[in-house]
Write a protein that binds this ligand. Structure first.
Ligand code: N01
Length: 540
């Protein structure tokens, strides 16, 4: 019989990995977490660029599994900064004595399933191998940075950095000329902060975003006490919400209001700020194109009112529907373009050609600089798993299997890959991450419990269930919704941000609440769509 090192190995010690480790311990499953970084945190460990902070409101950007933890921890502000989130995750790890089951500085490079042994062998970059029965990936959906292949980067004489791999010791941009490439959520957070220090910041924008003001503010004690008193209800509302937030609805669609009432609603939403603008202004903002355009025109008006230089303001105004790309939250983003030391350039009309010794060259201009910062996004959802050589029952790798896009059941299981579970896997839900990973970890725990009760040790999504799941997601993408329009605007939602990547829906486009309903139906039908058995190893 194959000797197991652990019953379960979890890859990644971010929100997902820590949550899963807790679940496995509750079930009495021996487990080890392998983490590439030197500490817990995952995304929060690596993305420590200036300005990095949550876009989710703090109270629901937390672990919900422990009442004591929820009562103990006090968030300082509505949108905590990276340093505070990192401190929180370290606190969770210490509070529950998790570090003894985590191996840091351990990058997983390969994993293969041995059918005869019903076991996974997991190999690390350092050459270590671990054998386990269950392999659980918690590698994050936005963890592998995408860097465009601009020629000449190796010639550049200055410094260059990725927001997604920001050095621990920080970067001193004071007095330096900086070029930032990318204006997604990362660039939008970074730009106002480095503008405070740099001599000059040149922002190379390809597609403008609808940046909604976050309205960050300290959390007052009365609010803190009120939330802590009803935390169970907070989580119930978050699980029932499209995006996993504790937010209400507007209770009204735009067409029911007069133009003056619509205007008042938009102004009120803008004042509330954050994703409340999207979810609590009109209930049809992401479903009715006319309502969506109303909101888009309103934001464009705000941009023109904030940004003094007319040419810059026009360049910052998007023309595609709001939410076709993930809208970032801003902390003085548009205001930063009123500074003398910030210049916006359009690299849609004048694309980047190469990096030279002295800076970035576009077709029509040369931007000399001391520092280049790439805020160019991620190989979302699939990148982490396809960059590891994961091989299933017949030796096929996930990378080969997903050549034309990911194929999974519930974003949790893959046919041909027994006993492999994914947390925040492709084709699962994209929503407020702590809520998603809490649900998925509990769901995997329920599956393991059902197997244990039935005397089984092997579980695998069936090809039929995978086929039906993919068909259902394709049908969602073909619906004329706003989210489904991401393909036209190069959104990572559908893999359209990485050249050569298959354009398929990378997550369940009907929202978290619908996703949970689908997962609950599967669990209620005794995990229908998964073949479960006792392996000969167990029977022996
Ligand atoms: O990445 P992005 P991100 N030439 O893909 C540009 C989450 N997140 O890291 O739009 C020039 O959004 C690209 O241009 P275009 C959040 O879910 C969360 O900012 O493709 N430009 C775009 O402007 C978010 O959605 C938080 O035309 C090029 C930028 O690079 C997701 O992560 C914070 C280019 C990439 O934007 C990704 O956000 C940060 C090229 N060749 C991120 N290639 C919080 O919640 C790419 N670009 C706090």
């Amino acid at each position: 019989m194959t000797q197991l090192d652990y019953e379960a190995i979890v890859v990644g010690a971010g929100f997902g990995g820590l949550r899963m480790l807790h679940e496995l311990r509750e079930l009495g499953v021996s487990a080890c977490v392998l983490e590439a970084g030197a500490d817990v945190g995952g995304t929060w460990y690596w993305n420590r660029y200036p300005g990095a902070r949550t876009d989710s409101e703090a109270f629901v950007y937390a672990m919900s599994f422990s009442h004591e933890l929820l009562q103990e921890w006090d968030w300082s502000v509505r949108y905590p900064a990276q340093e505070e989130v990192q401190r929180y995750l370290a606190y969770v790890a210490d509070r529950f004595d998790m570090r003894r089951d985590i191996r840091f500085d351990t990058r997983v490079v390969a994993a293969s399933y041995d059918e005869a042994a019903n076991a996974w062998t997991v190999s690390t970059q350092a050459g270590d191998c671990f054998v386990c029965r269950y392999l659980i990936s918690a590698t994050g959906l936005l963890s592998v940075a995408y860097v465009p292949d601009f020629p000449g980067l190796d010639r550049f004489k200055g410094e260059w950095y990725l927001t997604a791999r920001w050095p621990n010791e920080g970067v001193d941009v004071s007095g330096k000329r900086v070029v930032v490439i990318g204006t997604g959520a990362s660039g939008v957070q970074l730009i106002p902060q480095i503008a405070l220090l740099a001599e000059h910041v040149t922002v190379l924008q390809r597609t403008p975003n609808y940046v909604i003001p976050a309205r960050n503010a300290p959390i007052d004690q009365a609010e803190r006490i009120a939330v802590k008193r009803e935390y169970d209800a907070v989580w119930a509302r978050a699980r029932a919400h499209f995006f996993g937030f504790d937010m209400g609805t507007a209770g009204v669609v735009a067409a029911e209001l007069t133009p003056a009432e619509q205007r008042r609603a938009l102004e009120a939403g803008w004042e509330k700020g954050g994703f409340r603008f999207v979810f609590e202004t009109f209930d049809d903002m992401t479903t009715d194109p006319a309502t969506n355009e109303l909101a888009c025109a309103f934001i464009r008006e705000k941009i023109r009112a904030i940004v003094r230089d007319r040419k810059t303001a026009e360049l910052l105004c998007p023309t595609y529907p709001l939410a076709a790309k993930r809208p970032p939250l801003g902390h003085g983003y548009y205001e930063a373009f009123n500074r003398e030391n910030v210049t916006l350039m359009n690299v849609a009309s004048d694309p980047i050609q190469e990096i030279t010794e002295r800076g970035v060259r576009t077709a029509c201009a040369v931007h000399d600089c001391d520092v280049v910062i790439f805020a160019t996004g991620f190989d979302a959802f699939t990148g982490a798993l396809t960059s590891i050589d994961v091989r299933g029952r017949d030796g096929t790798s996930i990378k080969e299997k997903w050549r034309y896009g990911p194929r999974t059941f519930l974003g949790i299981g893959i046919d041909g890959f027994p006993n492999l579970f994914m947390i925040s896997g492709p084709q699962s839900s994209f929503a407020n991450i702590p809520v998603v990973v809490d649900y998925t970890s509990r769901w995997i725990g329920r599956a393991l419990t059902a197997m244990r009760t039935a005397g089984e040790d092997r579980i695998e999504a069936t090809p039929e269930a995978v086929g039906e799941w993919c068909d259902m997601l394709d049908a969602l993408m073909r619906r004329p919704t706003i989210l489904a329009q991401g393909e036209q605007v190069g959104s990572w939602f559908v893999g359209a941000n990485v050249p050569g990547k298959a354009h398929t829906p990378l997550f369940h486009l009907a929202g978290l609440s619908a996703y949970i309903k689908d997962c609950e139906r599967v669990a209620a039908e005794r995990f229908a769509g998964f073949a479960r058995s006792a392996s000969p190893t167990l029977a022996r």
